[in-house]
Ligand binder design. Structure first.
Ligand code: HEM
Length: 493
């Protein structure tokens, strides 16, 4: 059978590692020009078949999860970090049940409780972190600077631990937890994806950190079971402790612990990267920055001129804030490559790519398939001024952006069912920063809430500016802004 074209490369095993690793977007666009929407490239001995465009997204993400398998693609990266018996260390049916448990914890009721907590946490950070001394001085004419990514990383983990993770984890952040977390994080890199086991210190540190963090959570769970701590009705540990698998079995302590680690990792880099990109762009665009502040003033002014807190419902109805987050996720989707391992030969639909009329390509068993929402989200054939960050593109209800978003939302509402025998369905929307189909993100609402509250709180307190938004660094698991990424700020009058 016909296999898709293989990207030309000089080095047999290494293949296109440099091109892909340094700048996947440019690499994919170049390959598309030469080979079309479907092609295979070599990455350290792996054969990766890329399917681009919205049809490509649909082919990969809407494919049968047994054949296009996420566990086989990710487990050697994730299991040493998250731990046994969860996520990609279990058959997909079990993980789907676990996703459903997490959804219970992310109830609207819980999310509502989080807005105020996040706001307080951000304000506390601005009052105490050394990067914000110019803010703390109280002088409205004094400018200071902060590193966008560093600040957002700190704020993201503090706010996630305060809310989802729970009080004990939040307290741990002020103590040893933060350091152990960094060691764990050092084991969640592209190197770990490519080479599951290397005799390097970072791999050893990862394993030690995993054990410590896992014990830390198990200890919290046991203390809660003994009734020695109270007041955590809205956090995820509490939600998970009340759930049962289909066969009636409750979650074991280590399963809860490992799901908590998985959520910590899933939410931390994605949200902190998105938040820092959003702030960098806002800082570069005085017009948007002012509009965003005025939106806060319009909706939340008290009679005395101060601003009151937002509610969860109100937050989801702020057009400018919403379009800023959407647009940031369009240009900077934190996950640029979504992969699956191919367990059985899979024909490629002729509408996506075909060698000639009346014949088809096949992706052979043993390949990986890769979808890149980054490519369809930046495709100049779809988006006007595709690589320009322009939140106003979302405000035209008939526009390309709004239509793409609608397809994305519809596909989610209608077809995905995390219940028993869930049917998976891909979506053909060119906009899918949270993925699509059976493995679609369940943290979207939480991420919007967290990002919206963090951005609003910062913009309420400070004016921010920067001359230029930095370039992408693709060498990390999640696409990050390169240094320098210092934002100038001063306290608002
Ligand atoms: C899955 C993006 C935040 C939990 C995914 C996927 C993407 C994604 C693209 C699909 C991965 C795949 O198909 O292989 C994002 C972005 C975020 C974000 C852009 C923030 C801006 C979060 C948060 C949580 C979370 C805050 C948890 C609270 C998950 C989970 C999955 C997932 C559990 C399911 C993985 C699977 O079924 O295989 N996310 N995510 N994410 N995400 Fe997120």
């Amino acid at each position: 059978p016909n296999e898709p074209p293989v990207v030309f490369h000089w080095l047999p095993i290494i293949g296109s590692a440099a091109g892909y690793g340094n700048d996947p977007l440019n690499f994919f666009f170049k390959c598309r020009e030469k080979y079309g929407d479907v092609f295979t490239f070599i990455l350290f001995g792996r054969r990766i078949t890329v399917a681009l465009g919205s049809k490509g997204n649909n082919f990969v993400l809407g494919g049968k999860s047994i054949v296009f398998n996420a566990e086989d693609a990710y487990t050697h990266l994730t299991t040493p970090v998250f731990g046994k018996d969860v996520v990609y260390d279990v058959p997909n049916e079990i993980f789907m049940e676990q996703k459903k448990f997490v959804k219970v914890g992310l109830s609207t009721d819980n999310l509502r409780a989080y807005v105020g907590m996040i706001e307080e946490e951000v304000e506390e950070f601005l009052r105490t972190d050394t990067a914000f001394s110019a803010f703390q001085s109280g002088d409205v004419n004094e400018w200071g600077q902060f590193d966008a990514l560093k600040a957002l990383q700190a704020i993201t983990i503090l706010t996630a631990s305060k809310t989802l993770q729970g009080q004990e984890v939040r307290e741990g952040m002020d103590k040893s937890f933060a350091e152990i977390y960094n060691d764990l994080d050092g084991g969640f890199t592209p190197l770990n994806f490519l080479f599951p086991n290397l005799p390097l210190p970072s791999y050893r540190k990862r394993d030690i950190a995993h054990k410590k963090i896992s014990d830390f959570y198990v200890n919290i769970i046991q203390q809660r079971r003994n009734g020695s701590t109270t007041d955590h009705e809205h956090d995820m540990i509490a939600a998970l402790m009340q759930q049962n698998y289909r066969d009636g079995r409750p979650l074991k302590d280590h399963e809860i612990a490992h799901i908590m680690i998985a959520l910590l990792m899933a939410g931390q880099h994605t949200s902190s990267a998105t938040g820092s990109w959003a702030l960098l762009h806002i800082a570069e665009r005085p017009d948007i920055s002012e509009a965003l502040y005025q939106e806060q003033v319009k909706y939340f002014s008290n009679p005395d001129g101060t601003l009151r807190s937002m509610t969860f419902e109100e937050l989801r109805q702020l057009p400018i804030m919403d379009s800023i987050i959407r647009e940031t996720l369009r240009i900077h989707p934190p996950i640029h490559s979504i992969m699956r391992y191919v367990r059985d030969d899979m024909p490629i639909p002729g509408t996506l790519a075909a060698p000639q009329k009346d014949s088809t390509y096949v992706v052979p068993k043993g390949h990986y398939v890769l979808a890149s929402p980054l490519v369809s989200q930046l495709d100049p054939q779809i988006w006007k001024d595709a690589d320009k960050w322009e939140p106003t593109r979302w405000s035209d209800p008939e526009g390309v952006a709004a239509q793409a978003y609608k397809t994305y939302e519809d596909a989610q509402g209608e077809k995905i069912d995390y219940g028993f025998g869930a049917v998976s369905k891909g979506t053909e929307s060119p906009y899918q920063p949270f993925g699509a189909g059976k493995h679609r993100c369940i943290g979207e609402q939480f991420a919007y809430l967290q990002l919206g509250t963090i951005i609003a709180t910062i913009v309420r307190h400070m004016e921010i500016k920067i001359d230029q938004v930095p370039e992408h660094n693709y060498h990390t698991m999640i696409t990050l802004p390169k240094t320098p990424r210092m934002i100038s700020y001063r306290r608002r009058k």
